[in-house]
Write a protein that binds this ligand. Structure first.
Ligand code: FAD
Length: 276
């Protein structure tokens, strides 16, 4: 692998043995469909490797062949449900980004490599107990929560599901219709109103939406007021995904409220996924 941005904590344990070429660990798949949300945001669907299984909230490592030879690998959270026949991802296009400038030129049928193994621990199965699941996302950090919300077990396990999704401009708020449809779907919401959605636009004021930083909204109680649910230390389990600054600030806010990080030897309240 020539390029790697996965966090060491998410890395799998490799057994000693001969170094294998990336192709042993990955399969060549094909782009099925591309959906452009804005000039800088797109979703894409890929054929699913037959043996690829994952837990909602996990990520895949995707590879694009570089013109110089070799592969460029990047981590991408699955947006699709664990039972969908395809894999769907949601991506930012980073100006001059090695992976995403190539991705932006993709058309259906283009090849994309997918590592055979999924990664990551931003899953609900990691938590002990909890009745309210809080999912806090900035930007493309919404991706794993869309997969989690498509899991009927999550709707059965938790009494309340809170999704806070923060973007800069209203046009960046992707998947709004899908989120609204999930809240109405009889399969997922048999008792109705379980999903409490808080859209946040930080650089514009849009009626009916919050307009401050996620951390500020938690500090001054406005998020809880908006979703009509207190963030209760006993009941809440919190997943946070997005940019490193938001995660750092959020860690301070949550620990300041008496919540603890969830660790394998010490069950707690929250877990983070850092995108860069
Ligand atoms: C566990 C994990 C899961 C990830 N899942 C996703 C995902 O579902 N969707 C997604 O778009 N990205 C995701 N990323 C980031 C992704 O792996 C790439 O970094 C990103 O797509 C840009 O790739 P690049 O080669 O074009 O630029 P890079 O060289 O990788 O990044 C250049 C710079 O772009 C910025 N950047 C990177 N990713 C983002 C982002 N998502 N939003 C805003 N700015 C960013 C950062 O400033 C970074 O330093 C994930 C990263 C990790 C570690």
């Amino acid at each position: 692998m020539t390029d790697d941005n996965c966090k060491p904590s998410s890395a799998p344990v490799f057994r000693r043995g001969p170094i294998r070429a990336p192709t042993d660990k990955a399969t060549e798949e094909h782009i099925l469909d591309i959906r452009n949300w804005t000039k800088r945001l797109l979703s894409f669907r890929v054929t699913r490797p037959a043996a690829f299984r994952f837990q909602p909230g996990q990520f895949a490592r995707l590879g694009i062949a570089s013109e110089k030879g070799g592969m460029i690998w990047r981590a991408y959270s699955m947006v699709s449900a664990s039972y969908d026949e395809y894999l769907e991802f949601f991506s930012i296009i980073v100006p001059d980004g090695a992976f995403t400038t190539r991705l932006a030129r993709f058309v259906p049928d283009d090849p994309l490599h997918v590592e055979k193994q999924p990664y990551g621990y931003l899953t609900t199965s990691r938590f002990v107990g909890g009745q309210d699941l809080w999912m806090l996302a900035s930007g493309t950090g919404i991706a794993p929560f869309l997969s989690i919300l498509r899991d009927p077990e999550v709707w059965e396990r938790f009494d309340n599901l809170v999704l806070a999704y923060s973007v800069r401009e209203a046009g960046d708020l992707a998947y709004r219709k899908e989120i609204a449809a999930l809240a109405r779907d009889e399969l997922f919401a048999p008792n109705g109103h379980k999903l409490r959605f808080a859209p946040i636009i930080t650089r514009e004021h849009v009626p009916g939406m919050l307009d401050r930083r996620l951390t500020e909204l938690l500090m001054d109680g406005k998020l809880e007021k908006f979703v009509s649910l207190p963030l209760d230390t006993e009941r809440a389990r919190i997943l946070v995904c997005g940019n490193p600054q938001m995660l750092d600030d959020m860690r301070g806010v949550l620990t300041g409220r008496g919540l603890r990080p969830d660790r394998s030897r010490e069950p707690g309240h929250f877990a983070f996924e850092n995108y860069w």
